[in-house]
Design a protein around this ligand. Structure first.
Ligand code: AMP
Length: 208
């Protein structure tokens, strides 16, 4: 299975990608997670990426493509891509990379959601640094303890009001054109992203 999840920040791509990965036993590949890991480990790549991530800008294509191509090549069972591609150039490079191995994407899931909903979700988003769970301040106690692994939950550094606004603008300017790109290829599936994670997951599985 070779899937791409597209949607604005806060649409639930990470949550749904994790579930799909578990259900279908296909690796989840999140460029955001890989870049954040590089930033926290202060690797040369992380040092280059950090200024872009903290402003909500896209990290330059050459940096992101290097990480993705290596992971994709090594994944025989396929992948669930979350956060990549983010612009037309990356989408073309992904196609070329797959074509070289005689492969192509099976489907691109567009998680369609209102801007008000994503802003509300991002402002309240908490992540578990240990197990990677994505939660909301509304669903946990005031001590912010992960219900699964009991680690202390954190806010993402780029979930600030100003960066959220810029990430939504960057999505509109660069990522939205991908919908037409994949619609023309006949592989785009539109999914309503409103509602609970279970409801959205059911819609995705039924559509596949
Ligand atoms: P995400 O976790 O997908 O919301 O990504 C967090 C941040 O990582 C984004 O705001 C970008 O700065 C950077 N990033 C993640 N994926 C990409 C990508 N495919 N291309 C460029 N920058 C990316």
């Amino acid at each position: 299975m070779r899937l791409v999840l597209i949607g604005p920040p806060g649409a639930g791509k990470g949550t749904q990608a994790k579930r799909l990965s578990q259900s279908f036993s296909v690796p989840h590949l999140s460029t955001g997670d890989l870049l954040r890991e590089a930033v926290s480990k202060k690797t040369p790549l992380g040092k280059k990426a950090e200024p872009y991530i903290s402003k909500g800008e896209l990290v330059p294509d050459n940096i992101v493509l290097d990480i993705v191509e290596e992971k994709i090549r090594g994944s025989e069972s396929g992948f669930i891509l979350d956060g990549f591609p983010r612009n037309i150039e990356q989408a073309r490079e992904l196609d070329l990379c797959l074509e070289r191995d005689g492969r192509k994407l099976d489907a691109v899931i567009n998680i369609d959601i209102k801007e008000d909903t994503v802003v509300e979700r991002l402002k309240n988003r908490l992540v578990c640094p240990k197990c990677g769970a994505i939660l909301s301040v509304k669903d946990v106690s005031s001590t912010w303890i992960c219900p699964r692994c009991k680690a202390k939950l954190k806010k993402r550094a780029d979930d600030t009001e100003e960066t959220i606004k810029n990430r939504i603008k960057v999505y509109m300017d660069y990522t939205l054109p991908l919908l037409d790109y994949y619609r023309k290829k006949g592989i785009l599936i539109d999914i309503i992203g409103e509602g609970s994670p279970d409801e959205v997951f059911d819609r995705i599985v039924k559509s596949l």
